[in-house]
Design a binder for this molecule. Structure first.
Ligand code: 3HC
Length: 330
């Protein structure tokens, strides 16, 4: 594993005030922290938590859309959706690799996910009921992901920041393919427009919840901001998303399912209604519409892949053995 040679893990035993101040000075100077650099144990732990959750979200996020690959309405739509779902798998792999540089294995992270100890984004616990949901997910969910993830390209931890650059480029294509589906439906037959409106009604509020609890209840934000893991607060990003997305809904001729939504001329920003935070926490705590199915699907995939992992390890062992034998014979 990439992290086996980590130098810093032992060094963390002595977190003197001088060590912590020197670390913060590097962050304040916008230096990137790299895997072998000394870092506070809490910084490492926070990153493992966030990157691990992020990786799980990408992988679990393949399930709701994967559900529509065989039912895409045209060949072109099928090809785009296949490419998108495959990209999400790739994002999960870069992110698991970034987390591994901090000294945790993918096996450990996966076991945390399938035992229910690790979180993944609340948004992926809702069902995809119609083709319009694929449009709404690309437009809203990937749109929210971009808003949250572009600042992560400047995260203080080098491997995470670098992984996010490619992820964001791909998310941008995902957002466009979703919006294009919505445009097609919105200018189509009345039934198609109705499908688009229904999808917007169901995905709007869960998309706003993706940014996490309100700032006052966000337990990790202060520390993560000080370490420049987070560059904007949950509410700031949510507001940016609302301001960018509402005009797009108007362009589609669709109505946002929020009777309190109004333009605030002074703030040059939209005021939006109260988010149902009880519903959010129910989903985060495992009681959303599809939490159990999602975790069961990941558990099955992990168990079904056991033989592949064993075969790869055995192959690597044999190659090592052959190489040692040929070296000994020279
Ligand atoms: N779903 C599930 N759990 C959530 C959540 C959400 N939408 N929002 C917050 N939480 C959890 C946090 O993980 C934390 O729980 P923990 O202590 O057990 O880890 C708790 O709620 C409190 O939240 P905080 O605001 O204190 O947590 P953070 O400071 O970590 O902020 C975050 C939450 C904004 C999601 C941040 O972790 C982050 O930016 N993560 C990276 C991006 C990410 O993971 N996005 C997920 C979507 S990926 C995606 O959409 C794929 C794309 O292809 C569409």
């Amino acid at each position: 594993m990439y992290s086996q040679g980590l130098l810093a893990i032992d060094a963390e035993n002595s977190e003197t005030p001088e060590f912590l101040a020197a670390f913060q000075a590097r962050i304040d100077a916008d230096e990137k922290i790299e895997p072998n650099d000394p870092m506070p144990a809490a910084y490492r732990k926070t990153l493992i938590r966030q990157i691990g959750q992020h990786a799980h979200s990408e992988i679990v996020g393949m399930l709701p859309e994967g559900n529509w690959i065989t039912r895409a309405p045209t060949l072109r739509r099928k090809v785009s959706l296949l490419a998108k779902v495959q990209d999400e798998g790739g994002h999960g792999l870069y992110l698991y690799s970034a987390a591994e540089t901090l000294g945790v294995s993918r096996k450990e992270m996966t076991e945390e996910l399938i035992s229910g100890r690790a979180k993944y984004s609340s948004i992926f616990n809702y069902p995809t009921q119609s083709w319009a949901d694929i449009g709404a997910i690309g437009w809203l969910v990937d749109g929210a992901a971009i808003m949250n993830q572009v600042p992560l390209c400047r995260c203080s931890y080098g491997p995470y920041a670098r992984a996010m650059i490619r992820v964001c480029k791909e998310e941008s294509f995902h957002q466009r393919q979703g919006y294009e589906i919505m445009v097609t439906l919105a200018v189509g037959a009345p039934e198609q427009k109705e499908m688009a409106q229904d999808a917007l009604n169901r995905w709007w509020w869960p998309s706003l919840m993706m940014f996490g609890p309100p700032d006052g209840e966000s337990m990790h934000s202060d520390q993560s901001t000080q370490w420049k893991i987070k560059r904007f607060s949950n509410d700031e990003l949510r507001q940016k998303f609302v301001d960018a997305t509402v005009p797009q809904a108007h362009h589609l001729g669709l109505t946002l399912p929020d009777t309190d939504l109004k333009w605030d001329k002074d703030k040059q920003s939209y005021e939006y209604g109260e988010i149902d935070w009880d519903a959010f926490w129910r989903v985060v705590k495992g009681n959303g519409p599809l939490n159990r199915n999602r975790v069961a699907a990941r558990k099955k995939a992990w168990e079904d892949g056991e033989w592949v992992r064993e075969a790869a390890l055995e192959h690597a062992r044999k190659r090592r053995e052959r190489s040692m034998q040929s070296q000994a014979a020279e």
